[in-house]
Design a protein around this ligand. Sequence first.
Ligand code: HEC
Length: 155
Amino acid sequence: MKWSISIIALLLLWSCEHNQEQNAQGKWIKGTEQEKLEIVESQFRGFDMAMVETGYRYQELYWAGQDENWEYADYQIEKIRKGIENGLKRSPKRAKSAEHFLTVAIPEMEKALEKRDILVFNKNFQIFTNNCISCHAMEKVPSFTIKNHFTDNHL
Ligand code: HEC
């Protein structure tokens, strides 16, 4: 009798744990392999998250320049490139508008950074900002205006 009670108790305990495990974190990607991939893809998001990252790094880049912290500026421009490239993998329809930015605007900024000169940097930062704005115009999101509040020079 005692034995059977302990066995029932053990079984109950096991089934509780088993249920909890199914609801635990990390078990929410369900369905067929294809459905699971789609869930993972949607969690990576589209170009919007690349832009949230770009917006942040753009500001960090600006302040790195003002602080003449050139290594940090180098780091930020590299990550802006990576973020946009990854964003384009998720959202290839943006690739054409991004082309000038990747092949001209970013390399120009990298060249300006090599000078380690705040005047060169500030001049280039304006051009860089114009390139953000022109892609927003091409992509029909002109309301996402990048104002360069930092230099009081509203573009
Ligand atoms: C491919 C062209 C392209 C380039 C280059 C580009 N953007 Fe964007 N940006 C977009 C698009 C498209 C959106 C709208 C995102 C969406 O709807 O998926 C956007 C949205 C944004 C947003 C709003 C993000 C949000 O969801 O809150 C910010 C901030 C932004 N861009 C900043 C910048 C800055 C700063 C630069 C330059 C360093 C830049 N962008 C360069 C196309 C571009």
